[in-house]
Design a protein around this ligand. Structure first.
Ligand code: FMN
Length: 545
């Protein structure tokens, strides 16, 4: 069959499916088919292009034109004018500054996609085609590792690259792998943590939807480096499209001999399975995740021992985040020095973020580590949507609040730590002055109260008490001393809670107090009297929430 002269590329991810991306795709196929052009013009599903804020979009390649806010009528016009006659429908074209558009036709690697490591294929290739992944250097790193490198060399490359885990804590990946590699045991496991339960965080989903083979290849490379023959992707059940695409990727890799026994003719055997979770936030914590995988209630284990020695089924297990694993193929393919040429000395490479809230173009971005929050907002997300910047929360609901004075701090793990902050997992929630800090805290604490597994008393009761205080402050009915009490409670939870879930509210609460304490205190009603201890009280604020 002749090579198609044109591709219509439509990002179909879980967000665009709900606004009709599949219907738009069918409409393109029908319009093109009706004109007898199905062999010449291919309609392809891709992963997310990035932030456009323009409904369902489609890129026409090789022309490099992106149309937005597509409706069936617009599709008919685009096919009639652009596809058939080659005349661009200017009225539906997205503005050029809408970043990051799909690459220019001629030299995608040199234009907008240059500098992308994890998302380089997202929006460019069909995520369901292993051939397209392979045509874009896919599985090259695995082949190189298995034919030219020892497991120790792969491990050394990852260590030298300085990659730090993208699941939130920024732990050096090579060091983590070395713990598992040196653990005793014939059977070891690789787990990809695809639970992604923090509100506002959806980077891992879009990576899996846009380029699932990268995760598969990263896991196989990890398996080779640490001596594991089996890997699992632990993924929340709500991530249906990610599951579907990962399943297809695993099956395609198996069919091509890239999973299974004797990969690339080597003695290395590695296979993958998907384990579906039920969507509890705590199951993103690596030991609760392992409990859940073992069919038990998702409650974190006490550490030590760590999963590296006592993980899944008691065997040495390495748990990494989706983005961490998706970064590995490029590191092995291009080397540690290449990776270190991106980002900062303390945080080499790039970071994938989902940026949401009061910005003009919310969505998925990949930026060099070390760019500032101001640059991310202005250059990648189109600036503040309305009003002025008030605060941003980094890293999902457990993340910290940053006030305006932090807009110019480089976003890398060390620079953030220097100013007393944590970079987090990769969600940025931007808020303008319309957001009240007490409303915001109430919403955060509702999430934690809801997600507490109830296993330990400080978390179970402490989060309820915190939520009650936040409800009073939000309603302007706080008791005198409530703000201090809130502070004491989160700090008590930080030291007493059994697992990091109960320790997490300290992040948003303490950072909100750091920047906005006077505003939080406006929620206190000085005329209210705190009831005597022991007096059973039904909190009317709580009842009205
Ligand atoms: C309550 C809680 C939820 C977590 N959820 C996730 C998650 O959804 N995805 C993730 O990768 N890490 C999550 N983590 C961190 C994991 O425990 C673990 O550190 C991470 O998967 C390690 O991967 P990395 O080294 O690649 O960063 C969570 C931690 C806690 C305490």
């Amino acid at each position: 069959m002749a090579k198609p002269r044109m591709h219509v590329m439509i990002p179909v991810d879980a967000d665009t499916v709900v606004i009709g991306a599949r219907e738009i795709k069918s409409r393109f196929s029908a319009e093109i088919g009706n004109r007898g052009l199905a062999d010449e013009v291919k309609v392809i599903e891709t992963g997310s292009f990035g932030p456009t804020n323009a409904g369902v979009v489609a890129a026409i390649q090789p022309d490099g034109v992106i149309y937005g806010n597509l409706t069936p009528e617009r599709v008919a016009d685009i096919v009639a004018e652009h596809v058939v006659k080659g005349r661009i429908c200017g009225r539906y074209v997205l503005p050029r500054e809408c970043p990051p558009p799909v690459p220019e036709a001629a030299d995608s690697r040199q234009t907008q996609y240059a500098g992308r490591i994890v998302l380089d294929n997202c929006g460019r290739i069909d995520p369901e085609s292993i051939e397209e992944y392979i045509a874009n250097d896919g599985y090259f790193a695995l082949g190189k590792a298995l034919t030219e490198m020892t497991p120790e060399q792969v491990l050394a490359t990852v260590t030298d690259s300085g990659l730090r885990g993208r699941g939130g804590a920024g732990f050096p990946t090579g060091r983590k792998w070395s713990f598992c590699a040196s653990a005793k045991g014939d059977q070891k496991y690789v787990i990809c943590n695809a639970d992604e339960g923090e509100p506002g965080t959806f980077k891992d989903r879009l990576i899996m939807e846009g380029d699932p083979h990268k995760v598969v290849e990263g896991m196989a490379l990890c398996g080779y480096a640490i001596g594991a023959s089996m890997g699992y992707v632990y993924i929340r059940g709500e991530y249906k499209l990610s599951i579907e695409r990962l399943e297809k990727a695993i099956a395609a890799a198996r069919a091509k001999g890239l999973l299974g026994k004797g990969i690339f003719g080597s003695a290395f055997a590695f296979d993958l399975e998907i384990k579906i979770g039920a969507g509890a936030y705590v199951c993103g914590e690596e030991t609760a995740l392992i409990e859940s995988m073992e069919g038990k209630r998702g409650v974190p284990r006490l550490k030590p021992p760590f999963p590296a020695t006592h993980g899944y089924l008691g065997k040495p297990t390495n748990v990494n985040n989706v983005e961490t694993l998706a970064t590995i193929p490029a590191i092995v393919r291009n080397g540690a020095d290449w990776f270190r040429s991106f980002g900062t000395p303390g945080t080499p490479g790039t970071k994938v973020y989902t940026i949401i809230g009061h910005v003009k173009r919310p969505g998925l971005i990949e930026v060099p580590a070390g760019v500032t929050l101001r640059e991310v907002i202005d250059d990648y997300a189109g600036g503040i949507a309305a009003g002025t910047f008030k605060m941003a929360q980094l890293g999902g609901t457990a993340g910290e609040i940053l006030g305006p004075e932090m807009l110019d701090v480089p976003m890398d793990y060390d620079a953030m730590a220097k100013v007393g902050h944590v970079l987090g997992s990769g969600a940025i929630l931007v808020m303008n002055e319309s957001v009240g800090v007490n409303d915001f805290l109430h919403s955060c604490l509702r999430f934690f109260r809801h997600e507490s597994c109830g296993n330990c008393n400080p978390c179970r009761n402490g989060l309820q008490a915190l939520f009650d205080i936040a409800g009073r402050l939000k309603a302007g009915q706080g008791y005198p001393g409530d703000v201090n009490l809130m502070e004491e409670l989160v700090m008590a939870l930080k030291t007493m809670a059994y697992c990091p879930l109960g320790q997490s509210p300290a992040g948003p609460v303490m950072s909100a107090l750091r920047y906005f304490r006077p505003e939080v205190e406006t929620g206190i009603d000085p005329s209210r009297q705190r009831p005597e201890p022991g007096h059973t009280q039904i909190d009317l604020v709580e009842l009205t929430i």
